[in-house]
Design a protein around this ligand. Structure first.
Ligand code: C5P
Length: 396
């Protein structure tokens, strides 16, 4: 996604400039060509050499540099950029952008570019909450700047409040989303479920399974990066919420059912990657169940089959984790749940299934035809699954 993309990273004078360095590093590692422009006050916090070393590219600092490698640097960088990111963006710099001032290389370049611009505010909470800053941010938003953050949290001043710069991991997601805006899933609404549901036995215990949520999260990010509007319905997992998507947190199968039915109204596709418990305790105990002498019998009831309940003009994709008779079992589910296709994996095969970063699956289409795919990263597999979804959506 980021390979070969020209990204102009503007750094302004905030203590969060070190996070700008981390962003430059991560973008470069992902294969992007990162041209950094620093303002004068940014150089009070961090040296151009830091960025030059991380990006292996010259760092631009001076509008009037006589030995610039690009003639008319602000125009050249503005034209070449696939996306511009200002991280961190100070209150002063945001005010300059809101007014359209162009008194340094970074503001000139932003004024000249037709590329999308992501502005990442970082400042003291008083400055951020000041009505004039709020007005300036709103102005930028109305002019199609993407405003990423800030969040509430610890600030350099020692207090806790609004104004903390977003973390780099989240910014990477936003950059990918912005770059993918015109992808083949633009305008499509896609719902993805992920993780394993938790069915309470009593206030401290539950029945669950070993689903890590990795396949579902990979699908979410891939769909987002191809321009889709994504809703993720997730059970508790060890993964961070992906940036740029709506996330609905649920615990049980019945909560997931409710969230899925709501999210699917008006949606184009449902990718049901979650491992939904097939059975749940009939009546969870109100108090912690005490240890007794004999055996403990739990009475379970069947959970609602969510995929079967979703009807209408929507592409439905199911996932089947099987430990035997992979294709036959998956074909049966495909028919019963009326799916467009099903992704079946043999959880006994090496490098496949729960918690792994890789998966080996068989995809079975509506006609029941099975295609075996080789072992691959879940992120790669997500791309292939979405290729099939995109094809089906084009046809419908
Ligand atoms: O559990 P099973 O093997 O039947 O799961 C196959 C597919 O059906 C999965 O995509 C799963 O998310 C979905 N499912 C569901 N509601 C259930 C159980 C499973 O939608 N109660």
């Amino acid at each position: 996604m980021l390979k070969g993309k020209f990204i102009v990273l503007g750094v302004t004078g905030s203590i969060a400039a070190f996070k700008g360095a981390e962003l430059a590093s991560k973008l470069t590692q992902a294969g992007a060509l990162v041209d950094v422009i620093m303002t004068k006050s940014a150089m009070e916090f961090i040296a151009p050499l830091t960025f030059r070393s991380l990006t292996h590219r010259p760092v631009a600092t001076d509008l009037f540099a006589p030995d610039s490698e690009l003639s008319l640097e602000h125009v050249a960088l503005a034209e070449r950029a696939d996306v511009m990111v200002v991280a961190p963006a100070t209150a002063n710099f945001i005010a300059k952008l809101a007014l359209g001032l162009a008194d340094d290389l970074l503001s000139c370049t932003i004024l000249a570019t037709k590329a999308p611009v992501i502005v990442v505010p970082a400042m003291d909470s008083g400055m951020y909450e000041n009505p004039v800053t709020q007005e300036n941010v709103a102005k930028l938003r109305s002019r199609d700047f993407v405003i990423a953050g800030p969040t509430a949290g610890h600030l350099a001043s020692g207090i806790s409040g609004m104004g903390r710069m977003l973390e780099v991991e989240e910014l990477l997601g936003i950059v990918r989303q912005v770059l993918g805006r015109k992808g083949d899933l633009r305008g499509k609404k896609i719902v993805v479920t992920a993780g394993g549901t938790q069915e309470p036995i009593d206030p401290v215990r539950h029945i669950s399974n070993r689903s890590s949520g990795k396949m579902g999260y990979a699908l979410v990010e891939a769909a987002r990066d191809r321009g889709a509007t994504v809703t993720l319905i997730a059970t508790p997992v060890a993964l961070k919420d992906p940036a740029g998507v709506e996330v609905v947190h649920v615990n049980t199968a019945s909560e997931m059912r409710e969230a899925v039915l709501k999210a699917c109204s008006g949606a184009d596709a449902l990718l049901m990657a979650a491992a939904v418990a097939d059975y749940a305790p009939i009546k969870p105990a109100g108090q912690k169940i005490k240890k007794g002498q004999g055996t403990l019998i739990l009475e379970l009831k069947k959970t609602p089959d969510i995929l079967s309940e979703v009807k209408g003009k929507i592409v439905k994709v199911g996932f089947a984790a099987e430990s035997e008779n992979l294709v036959a079992n998956a074909q049966k589910k495909l028919r019963q749940k009326k799916l467009d296709f099903i992704v079946a994996n043999d959880i006994t095969s090496k490098g496949s299934g729960f918690a792994s970063d890789t998966n080996r699956v068989t995809i079975i289409n509506r006609a029941g035809k099975a295609e075996d795919l080789p072992l691959m990263l879940k992120t790669e597999l997500a791309g292939l699954i979405l290729d099939s979804v995109a094809k089906l959506l084009k046809r419908s």
